[in-house]
Design a protein. Structure first.
Length: 160
């Protein structure tokens, strides 16, 4: 069953790219005591993710932070090297690029996507959520091919 509004985010470990290489980042360090805009994409460097989804957050960082958001995080079932390179390619320095390489967090929240038909294996569905001190206060899960409920603009509207 998928995570829902009112649920606590599960404990998990992401990977992030640092100057020294990949490092662990615990979910509690991402969410505890913070207001977080968190969105997931099916894959770094894929068309919708690179042309629309992530760029929307890059250009709206200031507007999102003005709503009291501490962290904007983008997650994909990719490795930390890919997420780091994609963040650099997209000028996403202000966005926390989280790798869920084995899909453990994605499975724990029940939002897996079978992308094996595209040769991509198990991935995360496209979704966005607002998490306040570890509790989900908004969840927008996208229909296939859409970027609406999880877009930067939709998140800004929800934050109002």
């Amino acid at each position: 069953m998928a995570i829902q509004v009112g649920d606590k985010v599960p404990a998990a470990t992401f990977k992030i790219m640092t100057a020294e290489g990949p490092e662990d980042l615990r979910s509690e360090d991402v969410f505890s005591g913070k207001k977080v805009v968190f969105f997931a994409v099916p894959g770094a460097f894929t068309p919708g993710c690179s042309m629309t989804h992530l760029p929307g957050f890059v250009v709206n960082v200031d507007a999102i932070r003005a709503k009291g958001v501490d962290t904007i995080a983008c997650m994909a079932v990719n490795d930390a090297f890919v997420m780091g390179a994609w963040g650099k390619a997209q000028n996403a320095e202000e966005i926390l690029m989280l790798a869920d390489g084995n899909g453990e967090f994605t499975r724990a929240i029940g939002l897996e996507l079978d992308a094996s038909g595209f040769g991509m294996g198990s991935r995360a569905q496209r979704f966005g959520m607002i998490v306040e001190d570890g509790t989900v206060t908004y969840l927008g899960i996208e229909a296939p091919g859409e970027i609406k409920a999880s877009s930067a603009e939709a998140m800004i509207d929800v934050l109002d």
